[in-house]
Design a protein around this ligand. Structure first.
Ligand code: FAD
Length: 401
């Protein structure tokens, strides 16, 4: 009888050869960790990325793809970089510029006027749209829409394509990425991080970047840092395809999302289901039917011309929320050689700029292109231990207990 493993060598399980050391170990191969690795590799830094699963399999590939974060100190860099990303990475992200936000009720219309004012104050063009022009630009909109705004900046990209592009681009520059390689803990000596322990061995390093999404809190604890995060599940739906609209990023009715290049409408927004602290390894979250139904209803309200479309896919992703909703990007003085990044739900769009900031923090000790002081970890130093219940962010387990 023939030996099956000899006939099919691809079935032989190879032992993974982890390097004994690297200058920088990045924990987490989402957009944050991958962008950081790419920026570091561009500088010739010897960087290793490890992920408990596969590249971008968590929030980074499950999001709305929006890239218009005008409230962030990284906004200008986000806007500068996105139009160049395909060229810089050498792989497609399917980035498409601009954004339309239109209203189906007067309260939303007033809030979109405030968004327009904020973006104009940052020096970008925003055009007010009446109901008729909305219909011309967004043929799926209803006749009773109340108008909206056209933001001549920002945009959206394909999250799956983008994580893959970061990973390939980082590898092209020498970064090494290890999948199915959870960080079990970070070891310290003399108050500094010295290595990252995985099931396949320990990687010594000069610097650790913690970019592990909701699991960052547990890893930061290893090096004496308090990084308060609350995980929440959010869902998205995808409809059948319709002819391409002029602008792929159209928001409203509490929804965010995009039209894919194939024509599908991919939308999320609304209810978040609060979850307990996430384990360092664990199962992928599934969509919940009531939320998916509600999303489908609101997509049909926003786009009456798409109300007949069937929902062909739905998924859930875990959002990493900080207590004040702002990201954390910091290299705290103790331990000094650990940089932490958690994006609080805005990490996809900001990722090109975040990678730049992380590269700066690791190599220069400070962000060189904008002031990120308000993203520091120390702002939570006086947070009360029961902060989650103060905010009403209860998990199903705490509600039923
Ligand atoms: C439904 C949804 C819609 C969203 N829409 C948008 C949007 O339109 N625009 C926007 O900008 N943002 C959006 N976001 C938020 C955005 O997706 C996140 O902020 C961003 O992806 C965070 O990226 P990350 O790399 O920091 O974290 P993650 O994507 O969570 O990646 C962290 C990685 O760390 C790995 N990891 C965890 N623990 C360990 C461990 N112990 N060892 C090794 N690896 C580990 C995980 O496997 C994962 O791959 C949305 C999120 C969701 C869920």
């Amino acid at each position: 009888m023939s030996n099956m493993t000899e006939e099919k060598p691809h079935l032989v399980r190879q032992a993974i050869q982890l390097p004994a050391g690297a200058s920088v170990v990045v924990i987490g191969a989402g957009v944050t960790g991958l962008s950081a690795a790419w920026w570091l590799a561009r500088d010739g830094v010897d960087v290793v990325v490890i992920d408990k699963g596969i590249v971008g399999a968590e929030a980074s590939s499950r999001n709305g793809g929006g890239a218009t974060h005008y409230q962030s100190p990284l906004f200008l860099e986000e806007q500068r970089l996105w139009p160049m990303m395909d060229d810089l990475l050498g792989y497609p992200t399917e980035y498409r510029p601009d954004r339309i936000i239109f209203a189906t009720n007067p309260i939303h219309l007033r809030s979109y006027a405030r968004i327009a004012e904020n973006i104009r104050n940052l020096g970008f063009k925003v055009t007010d749209l009446d109901s008729k022009v909305v219909r011309e630009l967004v043929p799926l909109a209803g006749r009773d829409n109340l108008g909206g705004i056209y933001v001549h900046t920002g945009g959206q990209a394909n999250p799956q394509r983008t994580v893959q592009a970061y990973a390939w681009a980082a590898q092209d520059l020498g970064a090494r990425i290890f999948q199915h390689m959870p960080a079990l803990r970070i070891e310290t000596a003399g108050g500094r991080a010295v290595s990252v322990v995985t099931p396949s061995g320990t990687i010594g390093c000069d610097h650790v970047v913690i970019a592990a999404g909701p699991q960052s809190e547990a890893l930061a604890r290893d090096v004496g840092l308090f990084m308060p995060l609350a995980a929440a599940r959010a869902e998205m739906i995808v409809t059948e395809a319709v002819p391409l609209m002029k602008i792929g990023g159209v928001d409203g009715n509490g929804l965010y999302g995009r039209q894919t290049l194939r024509g599908n409408l991919a939308y999320g927004g609304g209810w978040h289901e609060w979850l307990p602290e996430q384990p360092l390894t664990g199962k992928v979250s599934r969509p919940s039917t009531p939320t998916v139904q509600h999303l489908a209803l609101r997509v049909a309200q926003l786009f009456p011309g798409a109300a007949h479309l069937r929902v062909i896919r739905a998924w859930a992703g875990i959002v990493e929320n900080t207590p004040d909703g702002r990201p954390v990007l910091d290299r705290p003085t103790g331990p000094g050689n650990v940089t932490v990044a958690s994006m609080s739900g805005v990490g996809f769009g900001l990722s090109p700029a975040v990678g730049h900031a992380l590269r700066d923090l690791v190599t220069e000790g400070r962000c060189t292109f904008t002031d990120i002081d308000k993203l520091c970890l120390s702002r939570f130093a006086t947070l009360r231990p029961d902060w989650r219940s103060e905010k009403g962010w209860f998990t199903p387990a705490t509600v039923t207990a």
